[in-house]
Design a protein around this ligand. Structure first.
Ligand SMILES: [Zn+2]
Length: 229
């Protein structure tokens, strides 16, 4: 007998970030391109808008991610420092605190105390970081990596509709860009859902709906404010 049950939650973190970045890149760049095309802008301006959108979006994703992960990391460090200080100052009440946590999770009082003692003898700070603060092992936040990862995944997503606009027929950009982008979105949504063990159809439909909505909206705005439309 092998233990074949697969848990997927731990995989969702980076995958979710990657799919989110690529989704954002596809939706915002395709919408920009479609908006400019609907306003009857020339191909050069359409591509320029798309490239500017790619750079602006990638930078904004990176900055946003950096700030959010940094503040998470600051909070974690402050929590860990506080925990370390109370361990130095009052080991016994920290031991009692940990035992209470295990008791609340279902162990009887005697066993909870034994577990707390065993874990704290092995690695007191580690046990408190994990079970008192609630930071999983080896999972401290990495702002630079997170920022870089977001910028790259956004750029990859943004490059797809740009490439279609560049290669497609200049007079009829809207349909191929919209169609290809929605297909990419559906594939990404299905992939993310599959990796997370959820319904692929649901995942695909969800992102495709919001992507289509964004493109329709910018197409309408482009039409409305278009130069010669
Ligand atoms: Zn503690």
């Amino acid at each position: 007998m092998t233990h074949s049950e697969k848990h997927r939650s731990h995989r969702i973190g980076w995958l979710r970030a990657a799919v989110l970045g690529a989704n954002d890149g596809i939706v915002s760049t395709a919408s920009l391109i479609i908006g400019f095309a609907a306003a009857n802008a020339g191909l050069e301006n359409i591509l320029l808008a798309g490239v500017a959108g790619l750079v602006a979006g990638a930078m904004s994703m990176a900055a946003g991610e950096y700030v959010s992960v940094s503040s998470q990391s600051d909070t974690e460090h402050a929590d860990i420092a506080l925990e370390k200080r109370s361990l130095d100052e009052d080991y016994d009440s920290e031991l009692a605190e940990l035992a209470d946590i295990y008791e609340a999770r279902g162990l009887d009082a005697e066993l909870a105390k034994q577990v707390a003692e065993g874990l704290m003898a092995h690695d007191a700070l580690g046990a408190h970081v994990r079970d008192d603060i609630g930071i999983p092992d080896n999972n401290s936040a990495q702002p630079i990596q997170a920022a870089f990862f977001s910028a790259v995944t956004f750029s990859v997503g943004a490059a797809l509709p740009l490439l279609i606009a560049y290669l497609g027929p200049p007079q009829q950009l809207i349909l191929p860009v919209a169609a290809a982008s929605l297909i990419f979105l559906a594939l990404l949504g299905a992939l993310a859902a599959r990796a997370g063990g959820a319904s692929m159809m649901k995942g695909a439909l969800r992102v495709t709906f919001w992507g289509a909505f964004a493109m329709l909206l910018t197409a309408a705005v482009g039409q409305l404010f278009g130069v010669t439309a």
